[in-house]
Ligand binder design. Structure first.
Ligand code: MIG
Length: 634
């Protein structure tokens, strides 16, 4: 049962596809004070849990911290953070009383979930007007399914997007890409996609290809495809401000870029230098930007990742001027410790500054709207530009597309990846914890940078991380420029990587079926154990295992120098260790067990009476035999 309540005239975010009639706000079941900043408050029972908030820091149970909905280019996914790249305003309260709450509001929201007062939730919007959806249901899974129904079905990518994918910020020349392909094939390592990061472009100009690096791009793409490798280029939000660059010229002429206080084009700096920010919230501008992808699809490209669309701003031209003035001022004085810190703050403050987000404007159906009031839907509408175009031009499920920034609603046309994590053991666990939360918000096609984006990866870290990534729909190894090479063939025991990656391909028929079913039935692919065993207090506290589909449980190893870990079984299950073609099964009883797994083994727990199909290993999805399957039985 879903009730909707509306305050004022909210901006249409397009998050919801099936909206019930609004009820009078005085019948809203929670304490709500409507003012310049609308606030909702309610109490929690001592043992209530709070689930949701999609792509956020911290635990599966969100209680005990303060979060923000504010899409942020956050390069440090540490516990002290409040926001990452997504703004996913849905929570489920799980206690004696169970309910769901979705706040459809595109500006900033603060979620104090037992941070100021341990038994109180206080949600503060940065404005007043919003739609609120209050959802009653018998279980957490049912409440979530009801919510998922109103936000519409989740995006389904092409089948090949379930293959293993290799990425690196730094691949530039054609030879780099050939090398990645050949080294995988040579070492019996499966691979379906190679990513092209910003270096493939000419001067970081969207929809351009560097001619010196790729003299015949079309042939290059089709050559890769003849080896069953899809190339996936990146597209950044900002369009290089350069006369003579047709995308910029056209956008400028048509007034499709965001404007500043004076109505002039808002100028900010990102990778290409000064850029115009396309006004994706303007329908015409959005259609225009979407159509630009054709330049690359015409050359055989069939997948993209949209980056920097929070939007990330290194600086604005005005912000940089202001900072420089401040530096001049401070420099003219004798430098003491305070002016030193003043300088530091002046410089660091120019990036992703709130002043900048408050100083540019959108044109939404003729209405001039300040960016800060709609910040959280910017990235979604960038990705919508692409996904709408793909659907119109090629039909559903033909193109791979995923985004860094997102709001609920983006899940209908695209996937997401979890941004710039680190090669840290703790980030395997963070990856696991985000999965059920983003699934609750409709994002099924998702995954983290396996092996970690920042810092140097080690062989054991990558193997353990891949043993989780084997289960995530997006299975991509990606790293930052200047970090230690982490392709599977870069390490000592290449055959161990072949063992783990083979398991992915063996599981693809199962994962793909489960994925489709979850999209069709508004279900979660990954669930907290609490959703399946709500009456088992031990299961309800588990933060490092997940239910997968209706058949399995996963419990990856996430600590260095360990051969095993404790796993809690909420019912009798069969533990299977998968490695290459090998399958080792063992029945285990409900309770706590110490299970071991070698670095080349993937542990998987199968529920009693359930079975999981397994294919023969393959080197890419095109060669995968999805007909002749054997079955793992629980
Ligand atoms: O400022 O394109 O999250 O995956 O490799 C960094 C370079 C910009 C951030 C993305 C990352 C990508 C990187 N980008």
């Amino acid at each position: 049962m879903i009730n909707k309540y509306t305050i004022g005239s909210p901006i249409n975010t397009d998050a919801v596809v099936e909206s019930p009639e609004s009820q009078p706000i005085d019948s809203f079941p929670l304490k709500i004070s409507v003012a310049e900043q609308t606030v909702i408050r309610f109490n929690l029972g001592n043992s209530d849990a709070v689930y949701g908030l999609g792509e956020s820091p911290r635990g599966i149970n969100k209680r005990g911290w303060i979060y923000e909905s504010w899409c942020t280019d956050e390069t440090n996914h540490t516990e002290d953070k409040r926001a990452l790249y997504g703004a996913h305003n849905f929570i489920v309260i799980s206690g004696k009383e169970k309910f769901g709450l979705f706040i459809d509001y595109p500006g900033k929201i603060e979620w104090d979930i037992g941070y100021s007062k341990s038994n109180e939730v206080r949600i503060t919007l940065s404005g007043s007007d919003a739609d609120f959806y209050y959802i009653n249901g018998s279980t957490e899974r049912d409440i979530t399914a009801q919510f998922r129904r109103i936000i519409g079905k989740s995006y389904i990518p092409p089948f090949w997007a379930f293959g293993y994918q290799q990425s690196c910020w730094g691949y530039a020349k054609q030879e780099d890409f050939f090398g990645v392909r050949d080294n995988h094939r040579k070492n019996n390592l499966p691979l379906d996609c190679i990513y092209m990061d910003i270096d493939y472009m000419d001067s970081f100009k969207d929809f351009s290809v560097n001619k010196e690096l790729f003299p015949d791009f079309r042939t290059f793409v089709s050559d890769m495809k003849s080896h069953n490798i899809h190339l996936i280029p990146i597209i950044d939000a900002g369009v290089k401000n350069q006369k003579g660059y047709s995308v910029y010229d056209e956008g400028h002429e048509k007034g499709y870029f965001c404007t500043d206080e004076n109505g002039d084009e808002f100028e900010c700096g990102v990778w290409p230098g000064i850029v115009g920010l396309p006004d994706f919230l303007n329908k015409d501008a959005r259609e225009w930007f979407g159509a630009q992808y054709k330049t690359l699809t015409d050359m055989g490209i069939d997948g993209f990742w949209n980056d920097m669309n929070e939007p990330a701003l290194f600086y604005s031209v005005k912000g940089l001027e202001k900072a420089n003035k401040k530096l001049d001022e401070l420099r003219s004085k004798e430098v003491d410790i305070w002016s030193f810190f003043g300088m530091k703050d002046a410089v660091l403050g120019v990036q992703n500054s709130n002043d900048d987000y408050a100083s540019f404007y959108h044109n939404i159906d003729g209405r001039r709207v300040c960016h800060k009031d709609v910040h959280n839907i910017y990235g979604t509408f960038m990705t919508r530009a692409a996904s709408d175009f793909f659907e119109k031009e090629f039909g559903r499920e033909q193109k791979l597309i995923f985004s860094r920034a997102s709001y609920i609603g983006a899940h209908r046309g695209s996937g997401i990846w979890f941004g710039d994590n680190f090669s840290w053991w703790s980030h395997i666990l963070l990856n696991l914890k985000m999965l059920p939360s983003v699934n609750m918000c409709g994002f099924l096609y998702c995954g983290a940078d396996l092996g970690g984006f920042n810092n140097n990866c080690t062989e054991d870290l990558l193997l353990r991380w891949l043993a989780l990534g084997v289960f995530t729909p997006l299975m991509r190894n990606h790293r930052a420029l200047g970090t230690r090479a982490q392709e599977a063939y870069q390490f000592e025991h290449t055959e161990w990587f072949a063992d783990v990656l083979a398991v992915r391909y063996r599981l693809i028929p199962y994962l793909y079926e489960t994925f489709r079913r979850c999209s069709d039935e508004y279900d979660m692919m990954f669930r907290p154990l609490a959703f399946d065993y709500p009456d088992d207090p031990l299961a309800c506290e588990v933060e490092d295992q997940l239910m997968l589909g209706d058949e399995c449980m996963i419990a990856p190893l996430y600590e260095q120098n360990k051969n095993g870990r404790y796993v809690y079984l909420p019912e009798d299950m069969t533990l299977v260790k998968l490695s290459g073609e090998k399958v080792e099964a063992q029945s285990l009883e409900k309770g706590l067990h110490y299970i071991t797994a070698a670095l080349n083994e993937v542990p998987l727990f199968i529920r009693k009476g359930k079975s999981v199909p397994l294919a023969k290993p393959a080197l890419n999805t095109a060669e995968l035999d999805t007909e002749n399957l054997t079955y793992l039985k629980g």
